[in-house]
Design a protein around this ligand. Structure first.
Ligand code: SF4
Length: 153
């Protein structure tokens, strides 16, 4: 419930090179950390997404757009978009929208939360993000407008 709109399945991937000060998940920085992602884990995600009350999936980490992750996460996002067109797909990354907006995965996303966590801009009252520099971006509206459109909460 804290990782996007509604009740969501969340996949935390291992691998992040942003090294944000006061990161809440440093255990996810190592690309060799975590548990193997196999057919069983994928089926578990699909089983959850089959439930009516699940709004969609959120990719977090770690950084799903780390070079070690982006290809596999793109393939999974594409498959989910095709299988579950009514479910939403959110993604958290330490990268800026401007750095990743040309990546294939963007076309499968509904919302992208961008930017590193900046401890001096931390604000616990913010919705769906940890620091005020981060942006909760409405991806389809942004692609249409050609400029960043924030997600209406
Ligand atoms: S991008 Fe996220 S996971 Fe990576 S160091 Fe920053 S806060 Fe931690």
């Amino acid at each position: 419930m804290l990782n996007g709109d509604g009740l969501r399945v969340v996949l935390w991937v291992a691998g992040c090179s942003h090294c944000c000060r006061e990161c809440h998940n440093p255990v996810t920085w190592d690309v060799n950390g975590g548990l193997p992602f196999t057919v069983e884990e994928k089926q578990e995600i699909f089983r959850e997404l089959n439930k009516d009350y699940i709004s969609g999936i959120t990719f977090s980490g770690g950084d799903p757009l780390h070079s070690a992750n982006i290809m596999d996460v793109t393939e999974l996002a594409k498959e989910i978009r095709e299988k579950y067109p009514k479910k939403t797909i959110w993604l958290y990354t330490g990268a800026l929208w401007e750095e990743v907006c040309k990546e294939e995965i963007v076309r499968y996303l509904d919302v992208l939360v961008d930017g590193e966590f900046e401890a001096d801009k931390k604000d616990v009252t913010l919705h769906w993000k940890g620091s005020s520099n981060q942006r909760v971006i409405d991806v389809p509206a942004t692609l249409k407008a050609g400029d960043v459109v924030l997600y209406a909460e």
